[in-house]
Design a protein around this ligand. Structure first.
Ligand code: UDP
Ligand code: MG
Length: 312
């Protein structure tokens, strides 16, 4: 019999303003469950006082608190991955450290896992993020829905529950550039979703700049499908057919009407368009190549500096 029922996994990157309140709200919820639990924090190379606060929390509740410290910043999904690798619970719940996901919702997830669902996603009601972020999410949700077989209402919500088997599958996948909620869904036997509250970030600002958001969303799409490459090939084929027709038309006009004014500019316009299409394609291939390279190179996904935990 596994003594730990629930593992709560929390990635932490520069969250000194949020950790005290997170501890104050999270632990009472977990204590009230009446189930054996552990909380695993991954300090993802924070530069602020997060490490100190995590040390203090570990000292205060060593029985149920574990801290994994990365030597540098590897990103939210790798921070979650490292914790999943070490989680001992039958059920694993992931949570953000900034209190956007209320810890008070945890019992609702356990209710679902008790019913036998092995991957329970949250759907954020009244999402408290900028309009820009919400619009991007809608778009990517739509694209992902069309290009992959993953069916999730709110892929970006990180408050989720996984069975031990699904979590083990995520770790075993060896994925580097991935989006854990989508990967989990693809491994689940009985997925479910529940609606939860969403709050504004308690302190600090989001760690995702526009650049990191773009990278993350590329990870989401490219890890699960090669449809973008296929679409590009189809588009290129259509372009070649169109240009061939154009050449035939221009050549015929040249023969029938003779030299025309302005023809050269039309040709330039077409040429520039085709070149830009090629560049997009090369970039797209590069994205896939880069990811293939990272996997083939087989480097460690992250480096753990130290771990704080009570050995059993
Ligand atoms: N996070 C992390 N590493 C990073 C970026 C973020 O561990 O490189 C953590 C962060 O501390 C938080 C969670 O991931 O617990 C979500 O980050 P954030 O709130 O910045 O993202 P958003 O809610 O804006 O999507
Ligand atoms: Mg947040």
């Amino acid at each position: 019999m596994n003594p730990v029922h629930l593992s709560v996994v929390i990635p932490v990157f520069n969250e000194e303003g949020n950790l005290p309140l997170l501890f104050a709200r999270l632990y009472p919820v977990l204590d009230a469950l009446g189930r054996a639990y552990e909380v695993i924090f991954t300090n993802d190379g924070s530069a602020d006082r997060s490490a100190e606060l995590l040390h203090e929390q570990h000292a205060a509740r060593p029985d149920v608190t574990r801290v994994i410290a990365f030597n540098a910043n590897y990103g939210q999904h790798m921070a979650v991955m490292a914790a999943l690798e070490r989680a001992r619970g039958e059920v694993i719940i992931t949570l953000d450290a900034d209190l956007q996901n209320p810890p008070e919702e945890i019992p609702a997830f356990l209710e679902k896992t008790d019913q036998g669902f092995d991957c329970v996603g949250g759907i954020r009601l009244d999402r408290q993020d900028s309009l820009f972020r919400r619009k991007i999410s809608q778009w990517i949700n739509f694209l992902r829905g069309r290009m992959t077989s993953i069916r999730m209402t709110d892929q970006g919500c990180m408050l989720r529950a996984y069975s031990r088997e699904v979590a083990a599958g995520i770790v075993r996948s060896g994925a580097i550039n991935t989006f854990i909620p989508a990967l989990a869904y693809s491994l689940a036997r009985r997925p479910a979703e529940i609606e939860i509250r969403h709050e504004e970030r308690h302190a600090g600002v989001s760690n995702y700049s526009l650049y990191r958001l773009i990278r993350l969303n590329f990870d989401l799409i490219t890890y699960f499908t090669t449809v973008p490459l296929q679409l590009f090939t189809l588009f290129s084929m259509a372009c070649s057919a169109g240009s061939f027709l154009l050449v035939v038309v221009l050549a015929t006009r040249r023969l029938v009407i003779g030299p025309e004014e302005g023809g050269i500019f039309t040709l330039f316009g077409i040429l520039f368009f085709l070149i830009s299409v090629c560049m997009v394609g090369i970039g797209l291939i590069g994205e896939y190549m880069g990811r293939t390279y990272q996997v083939v190179r087989n480097r460690a996904r992250y480096h753990i500096d130290h771990v704080l935990e009570v050995r059993e």
